[in-house]
Design a protein around this ligand. Structure first.
Ligand code: HEC
Ligand code: HEC
Ligand code: HEC
Ligand code: HEC
Length: 185
């Protein structure tokens, strides 16, 4: 009898532990480009904020508010405005299908395809000490790209023929247009 109780308790503790691990992995929240930009606007680090602001990704949601976008939505048979149509939002905002509780107070849908669309929700890796340590950053939610093929695969999740305006996607050319490296000293 006693033996059963102990092992049951052990099992219970183990399951509690793994459950909280799963929870911890799932609770990274989206902090928004403004937070990332606090550090990533310095020239020394490569001013990724400015490169992003000058890219079409920053305007991806605003684009859906245009008459051209509404026209495309109507032609596709949607009854809602483009900016209210899930089938458009899926590629034009960062937080599509994400619960409101996962969005930080500074997160703005209007900022379109933000840093965290490609780098992962940043609440747990954005601290300077963690950011400077690649392995720790990845353990805290930063998306890791092994090589150019992995980067290309990420681009193709949106740059594909499900986009009503898709023509082609020349990865090397397009990636060069938005690349934002940290300068090597
Ligand atoms: C407190 C300052 C700070 C904030 C906030 C911050 N970063 Fe960083 N980030 C850094 C520093 C410092 C580095 C290291 C740069 C270097 O290589 O010298 C870095 C590195 C990175 C890297 C490369 C890391 C690697 O290991 O490959 C990415 C990607 C990145 N940041 C994205 C983001 C995103 C996205 C956000 C917002 C969610 C963000 N950062 C918020 C300071 C910050
Ligand atoms: C599969 C992802 C995806 C979906 C779904 C999507 N878009 Fe886009 N959209 C893109 C991408 C990527 C671009 C950049 C140009 C391109 O390659 O099509 C874009 C560009 C646009 C542009 C700018 C076109 C230009 O030539 O500058 C408009 C307007 C637009 N989309 C409207 C819509 C509307 C309206 C919907 C919903 C009916 C929609 N999109 C659904 C990915 C998508
Ligand atoms: C469309 C996708 C996309 C967006 C949007 C984006 N990045 Fe990146 N970023 C990448 C990819 C892909 C890499 C290269 C692989 C890597 O280093 O993780 C990269 C690399 C980086 C690096 C490391 C560069 C190096 O030399 O090691 C930093 C820092 C960074 N991004 C910060 C940002 C910040 C800050 C924002 C928003 C202002 C942002 N990124 C927006 C896809 C994106
Ligand atoms: C989450 C969806 C998404 C991902 C992932 C994404 N993009 Fe985009 N991208 C868009 C949308 C939407 C637009 C059009 C924005 C607009 O015109 O308002 C766009 C526009 C662009 C443009 C401007 C030129 C054009 O075709 O209109 C370039 C360049 C670009 N993306 C490169 C990349 C690269 C390189 C990657 C991968 C590292 C990438 N994108 C990943 C959604 C995405």
């Amino acid at each position: 009898m006693k033996k059963i109780t102990v092992s049951t308790l052990t099992l219970f503790i183990i399951s509690l532990f793994s459950f909280s691990t799963i929870l911890a992995q799932d609770t990274h929240t989206f902090v928004g480009v403004k937070k990332c930009g606090m550090c990533h606007k310095k020239d020394k680090i490569g001013n990724q904020l400015k490169i992003w602001k000058n890219s079409e990704h920053a305007k991806a949601y605003i684009t859906l508010k245009t008459p051209e976008a509404d026209k495309i939505a109507t032609e596709k048979g949607f009854k809602t405005k483009a900016a209210e149509t899930p089938e458009c939002l899926t590629c034009h905002i960062t937080s599509y299908n994400v619960e409101a509780s996962m969005l930080g107070s500074k997160f703005k849908i209007e900022d379109g395809i933000q840093c965290e669309s490609c780098h992962g929700a940043g609440s747990d890796y954005k601290k300077k000490k963690i950011m400077k340590n690649h392995a720790k950053a990845v353990a805290n939610g930063l998306t890791e790209y092994k090589d150019n093929a992995a980067i290309k695969a990420q681009c193709l999740t949106c740059h594909n023929d499900k986009s009503p305006t898709y023509k082609d996607f020349d990865f090397n050319k397009r990636w060069a247009e938005i690349a934002h490296p940290v300068p090597t000293k």
